[in-house]
Design a protein around this ligand. Structure first.
Ligand code: GLY
Length: 316
């Protein structure tokens, strides 16, 4: 939709009474696990998540396993090991998890630890807190037995040195893609995880949406869960994933909920945002949805025993 048409349609922020009227208690999808992850690296992430479920793990175990897969993938330059560094050459990681009981944990600006998602889970399970950052997060990780590791690979270092010569401001969609994974296990319980090295060559100290509960990830075991990828600053400002889940609570289906959350971003940017946000959503009845602002977006879906990459076109 062109900016002009969008403004003329006036759909942003509109809440349809028919949709509200559809609100009702959702039937829980059981004995048919569903796993949905962002981007093409969601395919192997989903496979790992499924393996965790087959080994008797629950939705949280599976979401963590999926995220760990992306964190160790050396070819993936936007998550964990091999992630592109900030402007000073440091690989800084953000991650969060949320389980079916509404517990949450997160880490931000964590360095030299390969699996921030597992540290986030330990913050959730072993501390009274939700979020640890920077050196404190690292010290906590080390105290829990995690080992320090240099995450800046030769390939990423070379890219960074090339960037240093030009210092061209990279648009986030050029340089980073977050791994977010949402899981419904055979009991019908929901959980999710999100992990990233964030915007390549970002300011030292920048934290995106990925460790922010309600922004990059939100799980409500009665309704559904949602997760984000894209420009973290805008996901934070619109409390994106929380909004998607709340819209599903009101009766929007998962696709409509993702679209309506993005419509609000479009409206806030006068119909013409120049960045990308993509949402994935998984409802309690096992239905999934996705939408993105611009261009297109891939998500990996494991459902009914098939793990497949899907593409959605941008709303604009
Ligand atoms: N969505 C990831 C980030 O902005 O860092």
């Amino acid at each position: 939709m062109k900016r002009r048409d969008f403004l003329a349609a006036g759909i942003a922020g509109a809440v349809s009474p028919t949709i509200l009227a559809k609100s009702k208690k959702l039937k829980t999808n059981k004995n048919n696990p569903v796993i949905i992850s962002t981007w093409n690296f969601g395919i192997p992430a989903n496979e790992e998540a499924l393996r965790a479920l087959k080994n008797g793990g629950d939705a949280m175990d599976a979401a963590e396993a999926g995220a760990r897969n992306a964190e160790s993938d050396i070819e993936n330059n936007s998550v964990g090991l091999g992630g592109l560094p900030d402007e000073l050459g440091y690989v800084t990681l953000d991650s969060c998890v949320m389980d079916s009981a509404g517990n949450a944990g997160s880490v931000a600006f964590l360095q030299n630890i390969e699996h921030p998602v597992s540290v986030a889970r330990m913050v959730m399970e072993k501390t009274k807190h939700v979020m640890l950052v920077g050196e404190g997060a690292k010290q906590f990780a080390l105290s829990q037995g995690f080992k320090e590791k240099n995450l800046l690979t030769e390939k990423s270092k070379k890219e960074w040195k090339k960037w240093l010569k030009e210092r061209r401001e990279m648009t986030p969609h050029e340089t980073h893609d977050t791994l977010s994974v949402l899981v419904q296990d055979k009991k019908g319980d929901l959980a999710g995880a999100c992990t990233t090295s964030g915007w390549a060559y970002k300011m030292h100290g920048r934290v995106g949406d990925s460790p922010i509960i309600g922004a990059a990830l939100f799980v409500d075991n009665e309704v559904g869960c949602a997760a984000a990828t894209g420009l973290g600053e805008e996901v934070i400002k619109s409390t994106g994933s929380f909004l998607v889940v709340e819209l599903m609570r009101q009766g929007y289906n998962p696709n409509e909920a993702c679209q309506e959350a993005l419509n609000r971003v479009i409206k806030a940017h006068n119909g013409n945002p120049d960045f990308q946000i993509g949402y994935i959503a998984l409802r309690k009845d096992g239905k999934v949805g996705s939408s993105c602002l611009k261009w297109s977006f891939d998500y990996a879906l494991h459902k009914n025993g098939v793990n497949k990459l899907n593409n959605v076109k941008g709303l604009l």
